[in-house]
Design a binder for this molecule. Structure first.
Ligand code: ADE
Ligand code: ZN
Length: 324
């Protein structure tokens, strides 16, 4: 089964590039930028990666991203992830990036997007990997700041497919970003949002009704509301589920209780993704293997999950035809 999973060409739809920052690369970049980090060894870093909730993780994730300064830093970060895509047989990926994590520290939007674009072209040439970018607004910041980010993105609009919403979910409902999402859609960006990872099912309702998302990131807590489940099925909205992220952030107590199979059994178009693989210790194949073993998924169910990702990607119809 492990070989079968590894051999399948896959798409990844939920991946934060800042969450793919491996400790080894973080040490290298911190050293060349002469930035102190609070760890002396890789082992110390790995020990610090024990989280009791989303916020616990986010504090460490933003601190890690703080060593990224120059275009080359972002380029190296992205190329390291594309290398993992190649190793995991990911042929199409939709990469989220958090501009505000960097612009709030005085890094230019252009530095981040130019590096990502260069890496995208090089990964296509080197490994044939297709990729799209999702610009994610940080929901713990005011909507004003998201508007500023939208404005900064406009000169690079042709490189960005979609807008997302991430960071601290509780207390920051999707409706807080109603106007900036409407403005983003007007600019041609496809809306997605994290909802129902830690937050209640009401936040998923807001994501679909107020932000009018084309996909829901996580969405696990939809299972608490039958009417919502029916609506997600009726509207054919996919969920980008991240099993080992859910385990590491304690949104699932043990992997055998992960809701992925329940979602599939209810007719929801679930997909499997890695979220922040460097922090959770697992890229996409490891996520597939973990749920396959824990939930006893059949080969057919694995194929359904993989096909869901391609079908619900934002690839062109022509690309989808070639993938499926
Ligand atoms: N940013 C990076 N990973 C995230 C997650 N799992 N949830 C919310 N925001 C995030
Ligand atoms: Zn995420």
């Amino acid at each position: 089964m492990q070989e079968f999973i590894a051999s399948l060409p896959k798409a990844e739809l939920h991946l934060h590039i800042e969450g793919s920052f491996e400790p080894e690369l973080m040490f290298d970049i911190a050293q060349r930028n002469q930035i102190e980090i609070p760890y002396k060894t890789i082992d110390e870093v790995k020990k610090a990666y024990q989280f009791s909730c989303l916020q616990d993780f986010l504090d460490i994730y933003y601190a890690g991203a703080g060593v990224l300064i120059h275009e080359k830093d972002f380029y190296d970060l992205a190329m390291a992830y594309y290398q993992k895509c190649y190793e995991n047989n990911v042929i199409h990926t939709e990469i989220m990036f958090d501009p505000q994590t960097h612009t709030e520290r005085g890094i230019a939007f252009e530095t981040v997007i130019s590096a990502l674009q260069k890496a995208r072209l090089d990964a296509k040439e080197k490994w044939g990997i297709n990729s799209l970018f999702i610009m994610s607004y940080l929901r713990h910041l005011p909507e004003e700041s998201a508007f500023e980010t939208l404005k900064q993105s406009l000169p690079y609009k042709k490189w960005i497919t979609s807008v997302g919403l991430d960071s601290s979910e509780m207390g920051n409902p999707p409706s807080k970003f109603k106007d900036v999402f409407a403005a983003s859609v007007k600019e041609g960006y496809v809306p997605v949002a994290h909802a129902g990872e830690e937050g209640p099912s009401e936040y998923i309702w807001e994501a679909i009704d107020v932000l009018k998302v084309a996909r829901i990131d996580h969405g696990n807590r939809c299972l608490e509301d039958d009417k919502l489940v029916n609506e997600i099925v009726k509207r054919d909205l996919a969920l980008t589920v991240c099993p080992l992220s859910n385990l590491e952030l304690r949104n699932t107590d043990v992997i055998t209780n992960h809701p992925l199979k329940k979602l599939l059994d209810k007719g929801i178009k679930a997909t499997v993704n890695s979220d922040d693989p460097a922090y959770f210790g697992s890229y996409i194949n490891a996520n597939f293997i973990a749920v396959q073993e824990a939930l006893d998924l059949s080969k057919e169910e694995i194929i359904t999950l993989v096909k869901n990702s391609f079908k619900h990607s934002f690839a062109t119809d022509e690309q989808k035809k070639s993938y499926l």
